[in-house]
Ligand binder design. Sequence first.
Ligand SMILES: NC(=O)c1ccc[n+]([C@@H]2O[C@H](COP(=O)([O-])OP(=O)(O)OC[C@H]3O[C@@H](n4cnc5c(N)ncnc54)[C@H](O)[C@@H]3O)[C@@H](O)[C@H]2O)c1
Length: 260
Amino acid sequence: MTAPLLLTGASGNVARLLLPALRDRPLRLLDRTAPAEPDGVEPDGAEVLTGDLGDRDLLARAVEGVDAVVHLAGDPSPTATWEELRGPNVDGFAALLGAAAEGGVRRVVYASSVHAMGRYEVAGHVPVDPARAPAPCCAYGATKAFDEAVAGVFAHRWGLSTIGLRLGATVPVPTKRSQLGGWLGPADLRELVTRALRTPVVTGVYPAVSGAEHPHWDLRTATADLGYRPRLDSREHAGAVEDDGTDVATCPSPGHAPSR
Ligand SMILES: NC(=O)c1ccc[n+]([C@@H]2O[C@H](COP(=O)([O-])OP(=O)(O)OC[C@H]3O[C@@H](n4cnc5c(N)ncnc54)[C@H](O)[C@@H]3O)[C@@H](O)[C@H]2O)c1
């Protein structure tokens, strides 16, 4: 029997776009927000676990018998404070990796973000070379850079394969000018996650965006290592987007210090 795949953050926006690509295998869904039918079993047979990443017993049950995890649970807000981010994005991710390593999971594919490299985009060094060191533009981006670092440690020290995807603006269609250089459309999201689950690469971090007329993220490593070539291109939507006055999708100005 095929081992189940664990999807965390399963009730979120990205999961909703991704789920159609994961239906060909047994699924275990974890989120602190219950899905529409909170009876333990989704209509299509997926197993549902409702609870927080901070619950170690829940994590141990969640990874039991699992071959791979797609980890999307987290706070996706570039304006969140350290206090808001620490639980889900820092401690929660490290706890998930610990449970996965102890539970014999083969691979964790996790959502990082272009915000981990945001300062390059803001400085106009586009398309951003993924070989550069992380340069987050906000507290949120810094938690994603931490996630990339700790995922590398779990691969190095405990043999857990970890593949990070720096998701761009992951929405059905771009709606603003600032999203055109770094949009990730649903078909490309599905393609990237599917490829990340089966790549022979043990650990790595890759930009995850669709095509664009003026791309802000250099996809060469994603093509070389994952075989990814975007099927979608933001050019198809360029005529219909709102002009929000900037081409930059990551935090364009320093804003206020996240004091907590
Ligand atoms: N949406 C985007 O454009 C985008 C871009 C870059 C990266 N990402 C990343 O992708 C992931 C998913 O983003 P999203 O837009 O779907 O966010 P979302 O807020 O819609 O979904 C996240 C889900 O995670 C769950 N969650 C949060 N903290 C949890 C915890 N401690 N324990 C259990 N469940 C928890 C929430 O209940 C929610 O259902 C996040 O890691 C985010 O940082 C998203």
